[in-house]
Design a protein around this ligand. Structure first.
Ligand code: N01
Length: 485
């Protein structure tokens, strides 16, 4: 390998939730030659990028925290995005991760040279024995392919690139998209704008969830008793994650029927106008798309100055959005809540593995990785929250923690043999075939369009219960790995 196995060098790509975690865990494991490349000027990943009004995480905050850094100060059950961002910055500082981060350095290429990795940014060339890619899942905004989009004369921006200089008060604002981001934005701005036009392509199931503040008494209790927070976390995990995670991978689950009942009651109980109610009624099963959670979405849509347009968008013009029926909806500002390109992962980094294998070629039909962490032909390159892992309404922090512990064991095995390690082709093919077969039982293929599905209609997610993920992440089966001796 590139350096002496006694002091291997690690390059972590991305200082988001998973990258900061990797740095902490590597340090804890005794490694000290670590660099984190971060293209932006601040850590935080998704929580740095997404600053739109109403942003919060719909996983309870006491669960959406590192297991080793519980936070007694969470203000709400589902705390706002800025507070989550502060949490990650505070943890990074507490664990002295900041000095490891090279801000403003985007990794352009990763090239395996037989021993280790050549890492190139605009500013430098580096070498590393191990690369940990923590580049995120929902990272690259997806801009809709709508004719005339660039002709709109007012401000127009994606939810993940919110323009805080634009005054929305009193303005005529359009929102395209009604996924989790759009729903949160709509709930937050409906009362500020002069007129809101919501362009809905597909109706959503919306699970109602209040977001109460955490009382000062409870925060004091959590401060005094860390164990109380751990107990709460375990309860939330059982009640909130494990049950739902197991349900979405079994389309026949009674839990999904219950979720659908709750969503239906939310619609029936909140939207009095029968025409609007029918236009908001989905024609597919709840949780087929990623389930949207909101305390006030339907209320917002019922306001007199809010209009839901389900006539398909035909084009965008300087003055606004024209729909297929010929109406022009005149707007001052346009928000694109149109989601993310979910197959990017490491890309656009130019990644070359053994014998000149380029990742773009290997992934020409979509990203594939063994257990979401390792790829044949790319030794000592590991991914956190990589392709086809548990995604959706689950805490990706927990997923990344399990993957990190797993990867540390692979690193140990590579160091033990003084040879770079990667999954075998055979294990990767077997895993992918089993995974695709298992997706057929999931709710995601029950008849809807969503970012869970790739261009072939195959879900890009872990299709088994979370317990199975926990089990396989406990220890690598080294028979499924090979070493570039
Ligand atoms: O994106 P999405 P998102 N014309 O892909 C519509 C996480 N997240 O940013 O349903 C018109 O879900 C599209 O319509 P359709 C979470 O995992 C979490 O909202 O495809 N419409 C859809 O309505 C989430 O799932 C939180 O027919 C177009 C919307 O745009 C993921 O991020 C908060 C269109 C895109 O929805 C992504 O959510 C925010 C077009 N050309 C995000 N193209 C929380 O924790 C797309 N659409 C709360």
């Amino acid at each position: 390998m590139a350096s002496t196995p006694a002091r291997p060098r690690f390059a972590i790509v991305g200082a988001g939730v998973a990258g900061v975690l990797a740095a902490i865990k590597l340090r804890e494991a005794g490694f000290d030659d670590i660099v984190v490349y971060e293209k932006a000027d601040r850590l935080g990943g998704t929580w740095r990028d997404n600053t739109y009004p109403g942003i919060a995480c719909d996983v309870p905050s006491h669960l959406y925290s590192y297991s080793f850094a519980p936070n007694p100060e969470w203000s709400h059950v589902f705390s706002p995005g800025a507070e989550i961002q502060r949490y990650f910055e505070t943890v990074a500082t507490a664990y002295d991760v900041d000095p490891l981060i090279c801000f403003g350095e985007e990794v352009r290429s990763l090239r395996f040279d037989g021993n280790g990795w050549l890492v190139e940014t605009d500013a430098r060339r580096d070498r590393a024995d191990f690369v940990i890619a923590a580049t995120g899942v929902l990272h690259h905004p997806r801009y809709p392919d709508i004719s005339g989009l660039d002709t709109f004369r007012g401000p127009c921006f994606h939810t993940a690139r919110w323009d805080h200089d634009v005054r929305l008060e009193g303005a005529r604002v359009g929102v395209i998209g009604t996924g989790s981001s759009g729903v949160q934005v709509i709930g937050a701005i409906a009362n500020r704008v002069g007129r809101l036009v919501v362009f809905q392509r597909t109706a959503q199931w919306v699970l109602p969830a209040e977001n109460p503040p955490i009382s000062a008494d409870d925060r004091a209790r959590f401060r005094a008793d860390v164990q109380a927070m751990q107990t709460l976390r375990a309860e939330l995990n059982r009640g909130f994650v494990e049950n739902f995670a197991d349900a979405v991978v079994d389309a026949g689950s009674p839990i999904l029927q219950r979720v659908e009942e709750l969503c239906r009651a939310n619609l029936e109980g909140t939207v009095a106008d029968p025409d609007l109610r029918e236009r908001l009624r989905p024609d597919y099963r709840a949780a087929c798309k990623r389930l949207v959670v909101s305390p006030n979405y339907y209320e917002s849509l019922c306001l007199p100055h809010v209009q839901v347009i389900d006539d398909p968008i035909a084009s965008i013009e300087p003055a606004g959005v024209r729909t297929a029926g010929g109406d022009l909806h005149e707007l001052d500002a346009l928000v694109l809540a149109t989601g993310f390109q979910i197959d990017r992962f490491l890309r656009p980094i130019d990644v070359t593995g053994t014998v000149g294998m380029r990742l773009d070629d290997v992934w020409s039909d979509g990203p594939v990785a063994y257990l979401s962490v390792s790829m044949p032909g790319f030794p000592n390159l590991f991914m956190l929250n990589g392709p086809n892992g548990p995604v959706g309404n689950f805490p990706l922090i927990d997923v990344a923690e399990m993957q990190c512990d797993y990867v540390l064991q692979l690193i140990d095995s590579a160091l033990g043999r003084n040879a770079p390690v990667s999954a075998t082709q055979e294990a990767t093919d077997r895993f992918e075939a089993e995974r695709i077969e298992a997706t057929k039982r999931t709710i995601w293929v029950s008849g809807c369009r969503s970012w869970y599905l790739d261009h072939r209609g195959i879900p890009v997610a872990w299709p088994w219960p979370m317990a199975r993920f926990r089990e396989v992440m406990a220890a690598p089966d080294l028979r499924d790995y090979e070493y570039a001796e």
